[in-house]
Design a protein around this ligand. Structure first.
Ligand SMILES: Cc1ncc(COP(=O)(O)O)c(C=O)c1O
Length: 398
């Protein structure tokens, strides 16, 4: 058995189940704001496109995907990030960003490189747990870069020593961030590229919330766009991860893409060929339709905007909370312990939120998730408003 499996942490939702065990919620409609699963309907044209190409089930797809899909992806990257990619070498389809974020570490990490010491994979903290599992199963150790309100959620790059940076082979970033909604600025990208060049690591930029933002005129900056603006037109050392899950409310389609450094993607394609994760032709066809259509995405953003506009004024008088730069989460500071708050809130109101410490680790003397909860505004507007009223009443009373 692979002994590294024993080093994997329980997933945040397992911890939540344990936290709530033995608690009986009141007889009120349950409202779950804990899981980051989009709940708006998947646009019907995506399902139609899937059905249209069921004939594709009789053929083995290639791992690199069809030319049509790679071109549609390049067109989307050009529209969204103003970058020109070569469809033959700089983009690949993946079955959602989760599997890609995981398998990318297996491609990039060389567990033997430092002989007596494990290589490091650096991650933001709080973070999406797949980064950690990917690092562990690749034979690396994680090194955390805390993101705290006091530092405006900047990645604490100076928390790692020179020796640790030299051992770092891969850095995950998440922009817009889950859970903070923080978007990396151009000057932060410049610094990350400078570190990557100096220490020789690869940057994996998780941008699965790229299309969820409040202001139609200000789409958040992404890694490829930052690289191009800084003159790194070959995107060396950088691969970005994007997804249809949040953009198109299609988490069950399992469709995303990676793009960036052609040399890294050539190696990654080799890994994926053996891994056996080619995308079904029916899913590819539906993905082409989804990546080419922006109206439904704009509408989707409108729904989230409405929810933030309704919910934040209800919560702000009782909790330290403000709308995020992008994404669909509120990262709210709560009075006292985040785990007590989540459990007691559930017990009193049947509303579920995720304790921040379940999304973070103790690092450099603190757990930056302690004292926060993540509130995912994924249910319908009326449920989000109802949940916010229950949270506000509960917080004011306790
Ligand atoms: C930060 C982050 N990255 C990646 C994913 C995975 O998304 P998918 O595999 O559906 O593209 C999620 C899902 O919640 C996420 O929150």
């Amino acid at each position: 058995m692979n002994t590294r499996l024993a080093d994997l942490q329980p997933y945040p939702f397992e911890k939540l189940r344990a936290l709530f065990s033995g608690v009986t919620p009141p007889v009120l409609s349950p409202i779950r704001l804990s899981i980051g699963e989009p709940q708006h309907a998947t646009p019907s044209f995506i399902g139609q496109a899937l059905v249209e190409r069921l004939s594709g089930l009789s053929t083995y797809p290639t791992t690199a995907g069809t030319d049509v899909l790679r071109s549609a992806l390049c067109e989307w990257f050009a529209r969204r990030y103003h970058v020109r990619l070569d469809p033959a070498t700089q983009v690949l389809p993946v079955n959602g960003t989760r599997e890609a974020l995981f398998s990318f570490a297996q491609t990039v990490v060389d567990a033997q490189a430092h002989r007596d010491r494990a290589p490091l994979v650096a991650c933001p903290n709080p973070f999406y747990q797949i980064y950690e599992g990917a690092a562990v199963l690749a034979g690396a150790q994680t090194a955390f870069l805390n993101q705290t309100a006091d530092a405006d959620y900047c990645l604490a790059l100076d928390a790692l020593s020179e020796e640790e940076w030299r051992r770092t082979q891969l850095l995950y970033v998440c922009t817009p961030g889950n859970p903070t909604g923080r978007v990396l600025r151009l000057e932060e990208w410049a610094q990350l590229f400078e570190y990557a060049d100096r220490y020789g690591f690869t940057i994996a930029s998780d941008e699965c919330y790229a299309d969820i933002y409040p202001n139609e005129r200000e789409p958040p900056l992404g890694g490829l766009e930052a690289a191009a603006r800084l003159g790194r037109v070959d995107f060396r050392g950088l691969v970005v991860f994007v997804s249809l899950s949040k953009r198109s409310n299609a988490p069950g389609l399992r469709s995303g893409a990676v793009a960036g450094d052609a040399v890294l993607l050539e190696r990654y394609l080799l890994y994926r060929t053996y891994h056996g994760c080619a995308m079904s032709l029916a899913v590819q066809h539906a993905s082409v339709a989804a990546w080419r259509e922006e109206l439904h995405v704009r509408q989707n953003r409108g729904y989230y905007r409405e929810k933030f506009e309704a919910v934040v004024p209800i919560l702000a008088p009782v909790l330290d909370v403000s709308p995020p730069e992008a994404g669909f989460y509120l990262w709210a500071r709560v009075p006292g312990s985040d785990t007590d708050f989540a459990r007691e809130l559930f017990a009193a109101t049947h509303v579920t939120v995720l304790p921040g410490q379940f999304l973070a680790r103790d690092a450099h003397g603190l757990n930056p998730g302690v004292g926060y909860v993540r509130i995912a505004l994924v249910p319908e507007l009326t449920d989000c408003v109802e949940a916010a009223r229950r949270i506000a009443h509960f917080t004011a009373e306790s």
